[in-house]
Design a protein around this ligand. Structure first.
Ligand code: UDX
Ligand code: UDX
Length: 458
């Protein structure tokens, strides 16, 4: 099938490349001509593991090409995916202007009977609006519109595409449904569940899925706070609840508040839709506020527990909103770094991939090309992203490099003792010092029991 992607961003490029490697002939169009020039040289504008190799393969097989000419991109296509961005609007709702503009732009170039597929994350009713716009522009209802939300996580988007839990196909007529099914035929044959439904339901599924996952994270972050106050250990609590299949272990890692291009924006849009339709989404409204507060509260904790004086330096390790991506959109670092600076601290920072993007959002930071250089002379170090590179940190070396002794691990990467044995003070999430002491206490009682039980003990 001839497929065109409108928008060569994270979602458009990943989806386009994977569809090409499934055997379709794909063209990626982008309004940004400079981006297309780079892509033609296979110079990727984003970092996504596995994407570059898959793209090279698809281009070599002549299944994938790039264009900044809308007419030639769209004219022959059987299916045209709209995968442009949907940023947050001023009231928390989403700004559909890119999606609607793309619909208007492609309308005159589409062939009769083509299927337009809305891939971008959009509020319920958008596919219908797109259909109306296209019909108005063409003066006929000879093009159909479907909805096919994505569930790709940045950093594992290629694997998520090739090994999905389910594929959601939203169509309001049989022919569109059949075209969508034939695009994803190979997955259906492999037994991947296909949720074939209306466009409206598909749109609701996408937002409900992201809101629910974000609620899991927000909930576990609150439980982590409770663990800290009560001497609990979040790792043991999450394992204890996660083994119940009704709850599940995934998405229960405490962190510095969720970020990224989706959860913050999609929860806001979900709440705004609830307000608009008179079906308030109070849980999600609260979640949004709690998540914002968390980032600020964790910045305050660094000042307080680190006992940092104005002028002191803090090393921030991790700028991306999560590991394996260069994306910093709504990352905790973008709230925490300015809050530290406002308190008079100097910030040095490292990230294996995201410094280039972070530079656009935070100023007056000293950038370091290795974590130890970032820590040199710093009074405290703060870990915000769970990069594998940070899991390998040598705390003996770090203790010698830092001028202070405070380690804030907001991703719970380490066993407390691995850090504290080097004379460092360790602050993580949901693992109260009391819990650590309690474990040490249990070990001491066990040793005593063994000694008492040993033969010859008087
Ligand atoms: C996607 C989705 O489409 C969005 O709805 C979802 O919530 C997150 O993922 P993403 O791929 O991350 O967005 O967007 P981005 O990386 O910003 O790429 C969008 C691309 O579309 C850009 O390259 C932009 O130049 C292009 N674009 C935008 C067009 O080609 N035409 C337009 O009219 C507008
Ligand atoms: C998300 C959805 O997972 C994906 O299905 C959707 O299509 C796009 O939005 P993404 O934003 O790439 O994907 O990242 P994700 O892995 O979901 O993480 C989002 C944020 O939540 C990150 O800041 C991450 O660090 C945080 N998170 C995730 C936690 O704090 N704890 C967890 O247990 C999981």
């Amino acid at each position: 099938m001839q497929v065109t992607m409108i928008g060569a961003g994270y979602v458009g490029l990943t989806t386009g490349t994977c569809l090409a490697n499934l055997g379709h002939t794909v063209r990626c169009y982008d309004i940004n001509a400079a981006r297309i020039v780079r892509l033609e040289r296979l110079d990727l504008p984003i970092y996504e593991p596995g994407l570059e190799e898959a793209m090279r393969r698809a281009v070599a097989d002549r299944r994938l090409s790039f264009s900044s000419q809308l007419n030639e991109s769209v004219a022959e296509a059987d299916a045209v995916f709209i995968a442009v961005g949907t940023p947050s609007g001023p009231d928390g709702g989403i700004d559909l202007s890119h999606v609607l503009a793309a619909a208007k732009q492609i309308a005159p170039h589409l062939k009769r009977g083509a299927l337009v597929v809305v891939k971008s994350t959009v509020v319920v009713g958008t596919a219908r609006r797109v259909r109306e716009i296209i019909a108005r522009e063409r003066g006929a209802f000879d093009v159909r519109v479907a909805s096919n939300p994505e569930f790709l996580r940045e950093g594992s988007a290629m694997a998520d595409f090739m090994d999905p839990d389910r594929i959601v196909l939203g169509a309001d007529d049989t022919r569109s449904r059949n075209v969508l099914r034939s695009i994803y035929r190979s997955f259906e044959k492999k037994g991947v569940p296909m949720v074939v439904t209306t466009t409206g339901n598909a749109e609701l599924i996408k937002y409900s899925a992201n809101a629910f996952l974000a609620l899991k994270i927000g909930f576990i972050n609150d439980v982590a706070d409770l663990c800290e106050k009560t001497g609990g250990d979040i790792a043991e609590v999450t394992r204890g609840i996660g083994l119940d299949p009704r709850i599940g272990e995934a998405f229960l890692s405490p962190g510095p508040g969720f970020g990224g291009s989706c959860f913050p924006k999609d929860t806001r849009a979900f709440a705004a839709t609830g307000r608009e339709y008179g079906a308030p989404q109070k849980l999600v409204e609260t979640l949004i506020a709690r998540n914002d507060q968390r980032k600020t509260a964790l910045a305050r904790r660094i000042l307080k527990e680190g006992q940092l004086q104005p002028g002191a330096a803090v090393a921030v390790l991790g700028l991306a909103f999560k590991a394996n991506t260069d994306d910093v959109r709504e990352a905790a670092a973008l709230t925490i770094i300015p809050a530290l600076q406002k308190a008079g601290l100097r910030v040095t920072a490292h990230d294996p991939k995201a410094i280039g993007n972070a530079r656009q959002f935070v100023q007056d930071v000293t950038w370091a090309d290795c974590p130890y250089k970032a820590c040199a002379g710093a009074s405290a170090v703060v870990i915000l992203t769970e990069w594998d590179e940070y899991r390998q940190l040598n705390f003996g070396r770090l203790a010698r490099t830092l001028s202070g002794d405070a380690v804030f691990d907001y991703r719970n990467l380490f066993e407390p003792r691995a850090v504290t044995q080097h004379g460092l003070r360790y602050f993580s999430l949901g693992r109260a010092a009391a819990a650590v002491a309690q474990r040490a206490g249990v070990a001491a009682i066990d040793t005593w029991d063994r000694r008492v039980a040993a033969p010859g003990h008087a």
